[in-house]
Structures are given as C-alpha cells and as structure tokens.
Design a protein around this ligand. Structure first.
Ligand SMILES: [Fe+2]
Ligand SMILES: [Fe+2]
Length: 172
C-alpha cells in the first residue's frame, strides 16, 4: 500500500485525474467530498443552485490539480474564489432583507473562508502545487463547504422559509 502520492514532473497525477491518493482521502481518492450531493440541499432554490455551482467550480480545481494541469490553476482558483464571493454576498443580502439574527456570525464565517482561501492561493502562488497545497485544496475546502452548508446555511434557509414576504425589509 502506498502511503502518499509520488510526484511526477511536479504533478500529483499517477495516470489519470483522480488516480492519486493523498493521505486521509481514503480508498475513493481525492474526489470524495468535492461533489455536491442531495444531502447538502438546504431547501432554498437560489442558495442550493449557487452551492451546486460552487461545487462544480471546486471539483474542476481539484481535478486539474490532481491531473497536474498546472497551467489551468490560476484561472480555476479565480473562478472558484470569485463565485464564492458572489454567493456569500447573495446570502448576506438575504440575511439583511429579513434582519436575520445570526447574520453577524454567519458573515464572519464567510470572511474567514475568504481569508483562508486567499492564504491557500498565496501558498500555491509562492510554492506551486505542492503536496501540502494539494491536500489542503482537496480536503479543507470540501470540509469547510460541507460543515458550513449543513450548519449555518441550512439554518438560514429554514429561517428564510419561515419569514412571510411582507416581513422583509425594503431593499429600495
Ligand atoms: Fe453561508
Ligand atoms: Fe452558502
């Protein structure tokens, strides 16, 4: 049994995308957790649609990294980071509209993700797609998204469903 990925010309690819097995990824390989699945549905169409798009962009980043497609990573890091910002802003607008009591805590979690994502991207820029960058990309983002969606996003969606339209703050 291999204990970690070997590097081939600076990549983590063994033979094809998804063929490498970073420590902790289990027997299924690094794709585990990088796909949206129905257990992550929060029951709010707009939020669920945006979460699916985040996972699509995230899976593309992890896949490119696993395949050693280093030339694509700048675009893919940006592609995911930009959309995450848009999504967080959308949730924060919804929270303001309904004067959501958990808005400050929820927005702080978004801000922490943005900061840590920026640090991960900076690490990649400074050192290239090292083993550490690969492991963090393929695990931390998935873990964060799953915990955040199943926790504070689900709570927000439930609250949004409970608020009658007339109780929403005017936005203009
Ligand atoms: Fe959120
Ligand atoms: Fe979200």
């Amino acid at each position: 049994m291999r204990t970690g990925p070997s590097r081939h010309r600076g990549t983590f690819a063994e033979s094809e995308p998804g063929g490498c097995s970073p420590p902790g990824a289990g027997k299924q390989g690094p794709a585990v957790g990088t796909e949206w699945d129905p257990s992550l549905a929060v029951g709010h169409a707009e939020i669920d649609g945006q979460h699916q798009e985040i996972f699509r962009r995230y899976a593309a980043l992890v896949k490119a990294m696993a395949a050693g497609a280093n030339e694509d990573l700048a675009v893919l890091f940006e592609f995911l980071g930009e959309y995450a910002l848009e999504h967080f802003a959308a949730e924060e607008r919804m929270m303001a509209e309904v004067r959501y009591p958990g808005a400050t805590v929820h927005a702080a979690a978004h801000a922490r993700f943005v900061r840590e994502y920026g640090e991960l991207r900076a690490l990649w820029l400074a050192n290239g797609p090292t083993h550490g960058v690969y492991v963090k990309t393929s695990t931390w983002i998935a873990d964060w998204l799953r915990a955040h969606i199943s926790g504070v996003d689900l709570a927000l969606a439930r609250f949004l469903r409970s608020v009658p339209p007339r109780a929403r703050a005017s936005t203009g």
